[in-house]
Write a protein that binds this ligand. Structure first.
Ligand code: NOJ
Length: 563
């Protein structure tokens, strides 16, 4: 048994011209308002991100995905876009954007931007024009307006609920109602309208021409709807088959006509622009359609987010998704954390899920465990083991800012400081519950330094309050600690460029039920002990370990073995 934690072999990074760069990329999600604040207004900005390009390069990621940075009234953290072809003045300018893209490209890091096509902000010029133009107008036809029920149209057209709680319909001054799947301030577009389709093609071209390499497509399954004259009730909708391709509101087969047009546009670029769908659909088969090479090309698979820290569950999910990727010709995607979910270090530290008796990995929205009931150290230990399991898999790894620090969810934020409509609209109704706390806890600005105003996020206070315990998770603190989660990620991401090869793995059967062991075609092996007890260590040259390893593999630990 030898241990080698230094990278000696020359690493071949994909070049900028490589069309297949996305297939096994490590993509790092940046939530721009919470990454780095250079101008000191408490909100992260593009120049702040640019100032951290050396950090991103050292981390070893292949691409960044920027969550929305467009002008927005921030009714939904920027997912309410007021202008798809500009930068929010609090975040920067188009020139700042160009400079950021140049700096990232110079560091061999590609750039993916978020496109939000299901709905705009109610501040968008088109929605304002729709309000002004009145019923029956071409302006209203870009959105989904309906007359209300009741004797004077005073009732919403249907009893549908928005994803953030409350009615999915809001009434405007002249009495009509408009549909919003999410917050009131996020009116849904009418994708049967050719103007809407053309405008999004213009937007995609706008960013692709500026050098953007790919797009993340928000709720890609919701765009196309088929609303009959008499709308079905919520109960009737719930009883419909969401996998039929003909559900009135989601995952309709015709949505792929939209993405075929987008693909035709992407393929006019050299290299072709990429896209990844956020599609919450009911089966892996339905998800595969979004990953088609004739469409967006790749789709998020959130299955591991919903799994316990459990060998059997992980193995079943990986096997199924690799089989799907084989069928579509796309590559699989793996995610543990993002801006919508409780951070995975915290999920894995929660007490056994209520009622199930299992470890609480399943409770991916369960931020509400009282402080003291979360096993903080155990959560980080399991998150490190799980992430190193993930980083060895074939396909793309999507990482969320701060997870490289083993950062925990911030559970305690005063209600008056919370921003998430999932909290503000649901606190009473519990509709999209997130256990009532919303998603602000994973969006708290990053700690760069162990002390000082906003822990180095910016010169002043940050827009969401940071807890005192952020100090010990700061980049500064972890940089100095060879065993930190940050240094583990750096080491793994550097090795990953050597580990990634043909997009397959072979499971190696082990005697221990809680252990998963797989081998990549070029001989690299990943072994994770999901159990609590130590097991025999497989033979091989260990190049990475998530915790101390002696002559056994301790519980909740992953090792990588190089050929
Ligand atoms: C999915 C995004 O990830 C989430 O943050 C947002 O609230 C909804 N889509 C609506 O855009």
């Amino acid at each position: 048994m030898t241990s080698d934690t230094t990278v000696t072999q020359k690493i071949e990074l994909p070049t900028r011209e490589d069309e297949t760069w996305w297939r096994q990329a490590a993509v790092y999600q940046i939530y721009p308002r919470s990454f780095a604040d250079l101008n000191g207004d408490g909100i992260g900005d593009l120049r702040g991100i640019a100032s951290r390009v050396p950090y991103l390069a050292e981390l070893g990621i292949d691409a960044v995905w920027l969550s929305p940075f467009y002008p927005s009234a921030l009714a939904d953290g920027g997912y309410d876009v007021a202008d798809y072809r500009d930068v929010d003045s609090r975040i920067g300018t188009l020139d700042d954007f160009d400079e950021l893209v140049d700096a990232l490209h110079a560091a061999n890091i590609r750039v993916v931007v978020d496109i939000v096509p299901n709905h705009s902000s109610d501040q968008h010029a088109w929605f304002q024009a729709a309000l002004a133009a009145g019923r029956g107008s071409a302006e209203r036809a870009r959105y989904i307006f309906r007359e209300g029920g009741g004797e004077r149209g005073e009732l919403p057209p249907s009893d549908w609920e928005s994803m953030f709680g409350g009615s999915a319909w809001t009434r405007v001054a002249d009495g009509q109602w408009y549909l919003h799947t999410f917050a009131t301030e996020q009116p849904d577009f009418n994708w049967d309208n050719r103007e809407v389709r053309d405008d999004f093609l213009t937007t995609l071209r706008f960013w692709a021409d500026r050098g953007v390499d790919g797009f993340r497509v928000d709720v890609a399954h919701l765009l196309v709807k088929d609303l009959p004259e008499t709308l079905p009730s919520r109960m009737e909708l719930d009883a419909m088959d969401a996998a039929s391709g003909s559900h009135p509101l989601m995952d309709r087969d015709e949505v792929h006509d939209v993405y075929a047009e987008w693909r035709a546009l992407f393929d006019t670029y050299d290299p072709p622009r990429t896209a990844v769908a956020e599609a919450h659909v009911s089966t892996p088969e339905r998800r595969a359609r979004y990953a088609s090479a004739l469409g967006l090309g790749q789709a998020f698979n959130f299955d591991l987010m919903g799994a316990d820290f459990d060998a059997a569950q992980f193995r079943a999910i990986v096997t199924e998704n690799l089989a799907q990727a084989d069928l579509t010709g796309s590559s699989s995607t793996w995610v543990f954390s993002n801006h919508d979910a409780t951070r995975h270090a915290t999920r894995y530290g929660l007490p056994p899920a209520r009622g199930t008796g299992q470890k609480a990995g399943t409770a991916w929205m369960l931020a509400g465990a009282p402080a003291g009931e979360i096993d903080l150290a155990g959560g980080v230990r399991r998150a490190r083991a799980a992430t190193m399991f993930l980083l060895g898999l074939p396909g793309s790894a999507y990482l969320y800012q701060g997870e490289e620090l083993g950062l925990h969810e911030v559970g305690v934020i005063p209600g008056s400081r919370r921003q998430d409509p999932a909290y503000l609209r649901c606190a009473d109704t519990g509709a999209w519950s997130f256990d009532g706390l919303g998603r602000d806890g994973c969006r708290v600005p990053l700690p760069w330094r162990s002390e000082g105003a906003s822990f180095g996020f910016g010169p002043g206070e940050s827009h969401l309050p940071q807890p005192a315990w952020f100090a010990q998770y700061s980049v500064e603190a972890e940089d100095a600690d060879p065993d930190s989660t940050l240094n583990l990620y750096r080491h793994a991401l550097a090795l990953r460029h050597r580990l990634q090869s043909a997009e397959h793995l072979e499971w190696i059967e082990t005697a221990a039920r809680d252990v998963l062991h797989y081998r990549r075609p070029n001989g690299w092996e990943i072994v994770t002990n999901f159990g609590a007890d130590a097991v025999a260590l497989p033979s091989g040259r260990i190049v990475l370990a998530t915790g101390p390893v002696t002559d056994t593999l301790p519980g909740e630990t992953t090792v990588w073995l190089a050929p």
